[in-house]
Design a protein around this ligand. Structure first.
Ligand code: PMP
Length: 322
């Protein structure tokens, strides 16, 4: 779907995957005016194909547009066109258990211009890619460390929207983590350098005693759709969930007191990713003996059962494509 100033969004079409021609001066290539979403289509045992809360992705797409000066889109049109595309490509969902079709809607600024301003033309595209099971050999807890020097985002910046610049800013820390055999870094807030934000592509949760705590949405972290679903699900089970500021010192203190029961990340790719080791400076916290805990396991089982159509959907989160 294309956008031109004065004309609005126009020319929706589905074309086979392939390279696109672009002007070398297209503004997205120089000034990073682009946004994206990430979601999945799942095939149930009876052949039905589902999306998980796609309306939430399109709502977030529009809030990313708003922050990045990109004209907003009609969320109903986006959903209807995505259903058509997924139906057409549903044969690409791998047959292997727990596989899915990853969906990447994105918008780039296409006006050829060397001056810095918001573009007068845009292109919305969706690409689809088959995706194997995230945990081929079971839910393996990850090792992460608290990032001590780099900052990913600050309030008033773009951390709460999905734009490429956030990920570019995180690459250096991610590469250094990989060199040290850690899978991710845990970001702290950019001002006081003590409040927990999120990890690479996941929101964070901590089970402290009988309370589940997740950082509040204060404008510097992405409002994850898995995060939102996990909060609703835990509350429906009668568990206490707090969205609030949580400092790394509070987590370390809870660890020392034996109150840090579990830590896990949430995101479309991993669903629930248990953290087995969390390193903060010299303090190495081994959580739940480095194994997945009961809350993480129960959430993983319940969420994936809804996503793959293996269980009732009391929340109305599934959208059937076919
Ligand atoms: N934080 C960031 C920075 C992410 O890229 C993602 C993945 N979209 C998430 C959190 C998790 O969001 P969601 O649950 O919507 O996938």
């Amino acid at each position: 779907i294309e956008y031109d100033k004065g004309q609005g969004w126009h020319d929706a079409r589905i074309v086979p995957y392939g390279p696109i021609a672009m002007d070398p001066a297209a503004m997205c290539l120089h000034y990073g005016q682009e946004i994206f979403e990430g979601m999945k289509a799942y095939r149930g045992d009876d052949g039905s194909v589902y999306l998980f809360r796609p309306q939430e992705n399109f709502k977030r797409l529009n809030s990313s547009c708003e922050r990045m000066c990109i004209p907003q889109m009609d969320e109903e049109l986006l959903l209807e066109s995505l259903k058509m595309l997924v139906e057409l490509d549903s044969g690409w969902i791998p047959a292997a258990k727990d596989s899915s079709l990853y969906i990447r809607p994105f918008i780039i600024a296409t006006e050829p211009k060397l001056g810095v301003k918001s573009s007068d033309s845009y292109l919305y595209m969706v690409l689809l890619s088959p995706s194997g099971p995230y945990y081929p050999s079971g839910l393996d807890p990850v090792k992460i460390y608290v990032e001590q020097s780099y900052v990913r985002s600050v309030r008033g910046g773009t951390g709460m929207v999905k734009t490429g610049g956030n990920y570019a800013a995180a690459l250096k820390a991610q590469d250094e983590a990989h060199e040290q055999d850690y899978s991710q870094v845990l970001w702290l807030d950019g001002v006081e350098r003590k409040y927990i934000e999120e990890v690479g592509a996941m929101n964070m949760f901590f089970v402290l005693g009988d309370e589940v705590v997740t950082p509040a949405l204060l404008g510097s972290i992405l409002p994850g759709i898995t995060r939102k679903s996990v909060i609703e699900m835990l509350r429906s089970w009668g568990m206490k969930v707090s969205e609030r500021r949580i400092s790394i010192d509070e987590v370390a203190e809870a660890y020392k007191n034996g109150q840090l029961k579990e830590a896990f990340g949430t995101g479309t790719a991993a669903v629930i990713s248990p953290v087995g080791e969390l390193k903060h400076g010299d303090l190495v916290m081994t959580i739940n003996g480095g194994k997945i805990g009961p809350v993480s396991q129960r959430l993983y089982d319940a969420l994936t059962a809804i996503q793959w159509g293996r269980a009732e959907d009391p929340f109305g989160w599934r959208v059937k494509v076919k």
